[in-house]
Design a binder for this molecule. Sequence first.
Ligand code: MTE
Ligand code: MO
Length: 506
Amino acid sequence: MSSRSGAALAGLGVTAGSLALAEAVVRLGGTGPGPVEAVAEAFIDRTPPWLKDLAIDLFGTADKLALGVGIAVVMAGLAIAAGLAERARRLRGAAVVVVLAVIAAAATLTRPDGGLAATWPVLACGLAGACALVAVGSAPALDPAWAMTHRKVLGRRQLLISAGAVGGVAVAGGSIMRLTGNAAPATAPAPLDLPAPVSPAAQVPEGGALDIAGLAPYETPNEEFYRIDTAFVVPRVDPATWTLRVHGLVDREVEMSLDDLLGEELVEAWVTLCCVSNQVGGDLIGNARWLGLPVRTVLERAGVRDGADMVLSRSVDGFSASTPLGVLMDDRNALLAVAMNGTELPPEHGYPVRVVVPGLYGYVSATKWLAELEVTRFADQTAYWTDRGWSARGPVKISSRIDVPRGRRSLQAGENVVAGVAWAQHTGIAAVEVRVDGGPWQPADLAEEVSVDTWRQWVYRWDAAAGDHRLEVRATGHDGEVQTEEVQGTVPDGATGLHGVDVAVA
Ligand SMILES: Nc1nc2c(c(=O)[nH]1)N[C@H]1C(S)=C(S)[C@@H](COP(=O)(O)O)O[C@H]1N2
Ligand SMILES: [Mo]
């Protein structure tokens, strides 16, 4: 193979082909993460806080897709480089392919669900790819006389290589799409036999949920609920074999199957979940009706020992969250949740069981795909995001957001509706105020309070004069705390400041 484009194509075909093969072997064997998933998740685990938030700012909840595309582009570049290197010097490109396979194998080894069994397909396919690259590269050069006599063979071989390249790239691209959840999941989760709650969630009174175009509804539909996690691939947990293990500083370990859990007295509660990476005015927040077993119940059953002050919840995929013991033992609705808005948890939101704790950011409380609770001490253990620069404790900060109007829309002079949401989970919102162009704060009308654990919608009828204006909002909690104007970024424990929107009035 002598042409540069031919060499590049060979590199692409061989690499994509062996990658696709390795993915297929791992998946068929069910032995753990495939190489793409392993590399992506190892990368995510090494993401510093500023890069995580930059990715969320740039791509929002499509951050996984963006990473998938990024990996595909880098892989394609390296594959082409390998082809060209092999053309420049025998075995050089093959060495690149082997190094890539070793990196992927190493990443696989570091994953909680990856072991030696998942690494050998990667290594074997990488080695096969390297051999193929050498074989393609050592084919006779395109000597015109040779080409004339071997036209058929040559044409067939080039056709094969091209087909291999296209097929390999398609399969690799397809698996990245499927992995990142941007194509339909292969299997829907099994429906659960959800019991009726012994204590239902508060009824939403008529005045508790305002219906204003553009305003976030009181209940966030599951499909629209924000999704933030470190899982490049949504973990698929088998409900039949799922267990929860409660251990650590306890008198007796407790182990529970899903049937055990569903047989308990479950309670239902409205809780607004919020991400620490939510910027002021951002949309990494949602409100749902959760059904679950109070965490307190299992902790009491296990018997918490003196000296413990934290519960480290761990997921099947290696994520962990450090939750202060106090908020799990007091009377708030900290739940081992099995349902969200009346149906089992969607896979993206932690099926079959996750934790939800009113008043704390998700990263220190809301572990999805829950596997275990370890009763421990803040002095002894740290959680996933604490190890990466976030604060060990993460109480939600009071905040508010303007949903309507948005995006420099032109308004007509006269009465205009300004509306949004405000939250101070487990404290509750006492007042919301709006100001125009930095003028005096004016009280907004609040929707009826459904629960102090959720956001509260508000509306302000604004008599707008023509011209350019800036609207700002601030909230006050039942404890008297007024949302601060002081601007702080999301790292290490949540953003502060006021949300404002600029509007033009005709
Ligand atoms: N297993 C697991 N659980 C997790 C996370 C994660 O990365 N892995 N992220 C947490 C964070 S940072 C947030 S904000 C919430 C988001 O929950 P949601 O995706 O259902 O909105 O889940 C929490 N639980
Ligand atoms: Mo988060």
